[in-house]
Design a protein around this ligand. Structure first.
Ligand code: S3P
Length: 187
């Protein structure tokens, strides 16, 4: 399988990582390039709840949001292979993480604080970033979450380079991962 042959995905690719890591931007490009549907778990949660994530946090609190997130992601993981962008906290839940690891290839888009902050600072829709100084919140979340995101099958650095270049890197990493997986699997 050389780098120009089409990449066929045996299962969903789930993107994980902090807010601002580029899960939606890279996910949409990945879906186009691989000819697969793109699904944003946060959009699906909003659709199911009939209101925005900020409103869910305000009206019902974070715990209810997390319960809805778990249900929605479990449902999405049963669909045919697609590119799934998950909210930054989804992979933290042990059950959701186990499901994602069983039913999808997980890709952590790892980014440095300045890159994340630069991408999130102009948009105010994320409730967790309103709970204090956004850069400090992001730094704390990096400390808490990066060791857990590191359990993903594939890690790709999401830098300030154009999203198309990062998408190329994700595709190359997926190709290598699936090839190694195939080599491990008895015929
Ligand atoms: C969250 C990330 C958000 C959204 C919610 C909580 C988190 O998604 O799910 O605001 O806990 O990191 P994005 O990572 O897509 O911004």
């Amino acid at each position: 399988m050389d780098a120009s042959s089409p990449l066929s995905l045996p299962r969903t690719v789930a993107l994980v990582g902090l807010m601002g890591a580029g899960k939606s931007a890279i996910g949409k490009r990945l879906a186009l390039r691989l000819g697969l549907p793109f699904i944003d778990a946060d959009d699906e949660i909003e659709r199911a709840a009939g209101c925005s994530i900020a409103e869910i946090f305000e009206k019902y609190g974070e715990a209810d949001f997390r319960a809805g997130e778990r249900r929605v992601i479990a449902r999405l993981l049963d669909l045919t292979p697609h590119i799934l962008s998950t909210g930054g906290g989804a992979y933290l839940h042990p059950e959701t993480r186990a499901l994602m690891r069983a039913k999808a290839v997980t890709v952590w888009l790892r980014a440095e604080l300045d890159v994340l902050f630069d991408r999130v600072r102009r948009r105010g829709h994320r409730p967790l970033l309103r709970q204090g100084d956004p850069k400090e919140v992001l730094a704390q979340l990096m400390t808490q979450r990066y060791p857990i995101y590191a359990e993903a099958d594939i890690i790709v650095d999401s830098t300030a380079q154009p999203a198309d270049r990062t998408t190329d890197q994700v595709i190359a990493a997926l190709r290598a991962y699936l090839q190694a997986e195939k080599a491990r699997t008895p015929a």
